[in-house]
Design a protein around this ligand. Structure first.
Ligand SMILES: Cc1cc2nc3c(=O)[nH]c(=O)nc-3n(C[C@H](O)[C@H](O)[C@H](O)COP(=O)(O)OP(=O)(O)OC[C@H]3O[C@@H](n4cnc5c(N)ncnc54)[C@H](O)[C@@H]3O)c2cc1C
Length: 397
């Protein structure tokens, strides 16, 4: 069955972009949709062979300029990749997605020329991967004041502490570490970002155990035991690390909104097919019941609205005109609606929805990450409300 989402996407895209999206959909059907159940049941992360094929397709270098060996595309291309791959499994889409939107992006935004020359060609080719090291065991939503510290020493800095929830850590060559460098500085100007090789002495990576979402994605904790980095490992300005992180998150949140829509698109197609086939009472399909139709229609409306809003915002993001809180609002709404609808989608399919092979339960689980990841929706609401009430913005909780 054709993906219903395509009828909303196609009018918003030029022909080349839509062709690119369809090519990634074909890749996704063959390389993700076909083996995903096997990977889940065998509890294996995305195999290196699949990551290599993504690299061959250019998915790691979509937004990297051609002078560095990338495809020279825009954030819109990245979002389209997320929609195409995430349809079968968010965990497959987030691998190249986080590599670009959280890993490569801060380097593109804040890196010096020599840093870009050193890393971008290999990042674009999928031979290197950067991890976004913001979250810590004790610092989630309150990320501006990290417990990880960097202390100045002869010739550079020593980093100490622990990062967690680091997507792609298993495959990472480097981690961008957000560390406290000036505890007495102004709020928001106390931290600095450092590019730290994962094989530096004193860096210890461990895959986080017990995670029941994004099953094929690597999520690691990374500890730093007095890790030395030279002064030129700083990314961006000293004591301006929080700016590096929050600026990067704007694009990442749009990607998460896209993953929410990818899951919703899959769920809608699955339900459309099932309610026309499944017969109950008088040998007629359950799709004839109006309550079942209500759910289908709500999913369809949410998909159409979400995709249209998302693509509009991504175009603004690429043009540099997007309001900062827009990405947060779009992520809040797309993830909330898709995850609320996931329960109803399962309900209209009945017991079969509990089976892994049916696919809905995967999206049900993964949509929870969209509510929490890259800023929990509740925490993002405060930020998003501020422009509405500017006179009391500084006392909002
Ligand atoms: C699968 C996965 C992958 C991730 N990948 C990465 C990654 O690659 N890099 C990285 O740095 N991080 C990553 N994260 C971490 C993610 O960004 C954090 O989980 C998120 O920022 C929320 O932090 P927390 O989980 O510590 O929740 P907490 O900050 O402890 O918040 C708990 C709850 O309290 C409420 N709350 C907190 N603050 C507020 C507020 N100001 N207003 C209202 N309510 C509030 C919310 O309901 C929130 O959900 C990942 C997380 C997951 C689950």
């Amino acid at each position: 069955m054709a993906r219903h989402i395509d009828r909303y996407l196609q009018p918003l895209l030029d022909e080349d972009r839509f062709d690119f999206y369809k090519a990634v959909c074909d890749f996704s059907d063959a390389e993700i949709g076909a083996p995903i159940l096997h990977w889940e049941r065998e509890h294996i992360l995305i195999p290196d062979s699949a990551i290599r094929k993504m690299g061959e397709l250019g998915l790691f270098g979509l937004t990297v300029r051609e002078q560095y060996g990338g495809q020279g595309g825009t954030h819109l291309d990245l979002i389209l990749m997320g929609l195409a791959l995430g349809y079968h499994a968010q965990s497959a889409a987030i691998t190249p997605g986080a590599a670009s939107s959280l890993g490569t992006k801060p380097l593109q935004l804040f890196g010096r020329d020599d840093q870009k020359q050193a890393h971008l060609p290999d990042l674009a080719a999928g031979k290197r991967m950067f991890v976004f090291g913001l979250s810590e065991p004790g610092r989630g939503s309150d990320a501006a004041n990290p417990e990880v510290t960097a202390t100045r020493v002869e010739g550079g800095w020593k980093i100490k502490g622990e990062k967690c929830w680091s997507t792609n850590a298993r495959w990472a060559s480097h981690i961008v570490v957000h560390a406290l460098t000036d505890p007495g500085g102004r709020p928001g100007h106390r931290s600095t970002c450092f590019i730290v090789p994962m094989d530096a002495t004193g860096v210890y990576y461990q895959e986080m155990e017990g995670k029941e979402v994004w099953l094929q994605s690597s999520t690691g904790s990374v500890a730093f035991d007095d890790v030395f980095v030279p002064s030129d490992a700083i990314l961006g300005e000293e004591n301006e690390g929080f700016k590096v992180m929050v600026t990067t998150l704007n694009g990442g949140r749009l990607f998460i909104a896209g993953l929410s829509m990818a899951s919703l698109a899959f769920m809608l197609d699955k339900c459309r097919g099932y309610v026309q086939e499944r017969v109950q009472f008088d040998d007629k399909p359950v799709g004839r019941f109006q309550r079942v139709q209500d759910v289908l229609l709500d999913m369809d409306i949410a998909l159409h609205q979400g995709v249209t809003w998302l693509i509009q915002l991504v175009k603004e993001y690429d043009a540099g005109t997007m309001q900062r809180e827009s990405a947060a609002k779009c992520k809040i709404e797309c993830s909330r609606r898709a995850s609320d609808l996931a329960t109803l989608a399962m309900e209209i399919c009945g017991g079969v929805a509990c089976l892994d092979e049916f696919g809905l339960i995967r999206h049900f689980r993964d949509l929870f990450v969209c509510r929490v990841g890259e800023g929990s929706n509740f925490a993002l609401k405060s930020m998003s409300t501020r422009p509405l009430v500017p006179e009391i913005a500084d006392i909002l909780e």
